[in-house]
Design a binder for this molecule. Structure first.
Ligand code: CP
Length: 309
């Protein structure tokens, strides 16, 4: 494939292939010398129209460790601020002959639109409430490394499902690899078309967490709540925040995940986020390895690559 626009459309074999490749980069990243030459001579542009800590920095590190020249486009000081459109911005960058464009945008479908307008590979680093494929891949790698499998696990995704691209990509990936997925959310933060995802839906946190192997917490995406009901922090934490008492309803060996950024005391208590069952720091480490795997896999499709099929 030339682009990575979403988990939708990837086969289970393609997903497992990327996870297996990422395992090699986990080993490399723990060594003193971390550089490869896979992308030597190639140009990677990170084009983030929305804020990011983890995704942007790990794509930059991933590209550099594979030998690419990486340019972080500063959208806040770019001509986007003067009214230049997404398409014109992409066409401008395309004229500079990049090989890979990593894009994050507030609009669902933005990455796919760009992929049709530019000559290089496009990776979706999060488009609106649609997909965040590398987040789902790094979550799957973290789960597989800790549980030894994904098939047959029960995973609860909790919180603001409506506005979450992380939830969508994770539901697609986890189901593709044979996990049972539950969502636990207030009715106001559940998508109207939740039935089409084929997940078990719970409105009560304690009932929803029973016998769960993985608890995946989500942030309230207030920036996407245009006029919809926004609960108070105190109310939300009381009913939907993961603390040690609620976590005891899950399996004793359940593990806790969060894509970040976390809002401590809103959707997750610090005692859980920093506790023995938390995988949150490991998720960040896996993010670099997964993004290296994605760039490595895409590099095989670039013009001039001898392994280009
Ligand atoms: N999980 C995630 O996408 O984090 P950032 O917004 O910091 O990139």
């Amino acid at each position: 494939r030339r682009h990575l626009l979403g988990i939708e459309g990837l086969s289970p074999d393609e997903i497992v292939g990327l996870l297996d490749l990422a395992e090699e980069f986990v080993v490399l990243n723990r060594q003193v010398e971390k550089k490869r030459t896979t992308l030597r001579g190639r140009t990677q542009i990170n084009l983030f129209f929305e804020a990011s800590t983890r995704t942007q920095s790990s794509f930059e590190i991933a590209g550099k460790r594979l030998g690419a020249d990486v340019m972080n486009m500063s959208v806040s000081t770019s001509s986007v601020k003067k009214g230049e459109t997404l398409i014109d911005t992409a066409a401008t960058l395309n004229a500079m002959h990049p090989d890979v464009l990593i894009v994050r945008h507030s609009a669902s479908g933005a990455a796919e639109l760009l992929a049709r307008k530019v000559d290089c590979s496009v990776v979706n680093a999060g488009d609106g409430a649609h997909e965040h494929p590398t987040q789902a891949l790094l979550d799957a790698l973290t789960i597989r490394r800790n549980k030894g499998r994904i098939q047959g696990l029960t995973v609860a995704i909790c919180g603001d499902i409506t506005h979450s691209r992380v939830a969508r990509s994770n539901i697609l990936l986890l189901q593709a690899l044979g996990a049972q997925v539950r969502v636990i959310a207030p009715p106001t933060l559940l998508p109207k078309d939740i039935e089409r995802f084929g997940v078990e839906v719970h409105g009560d946190m304690r009932r929803g967490l029973e016998d769960v192997d993985i608890v995946m917490m989500l942030r309230l995406q207030r920036e996407r709540m245009n006029g919809s009901y926004v609960p108070s922090v105190k109310e939300y934490f009381h009913f939907w925040g993961l603390d040690e008492a609620k976590l005891r309803y899950a399996r004793p060996d359940a593990l806790v995940m969060h894509p970040g950024p976390m809002n401590r005391g809103v959707e997750i208590d610090s005692a859980v986020a920093d506790g023995a069952q938390s995988l949150i720091r490991e998720q960040v480490e896996m993010g670099v390895a997964v993004r290296m795997a994605v760039l490595d896999a895409l590099s095989r499709t670039l013009p001039g690559n001898s392994s280009n099929a």
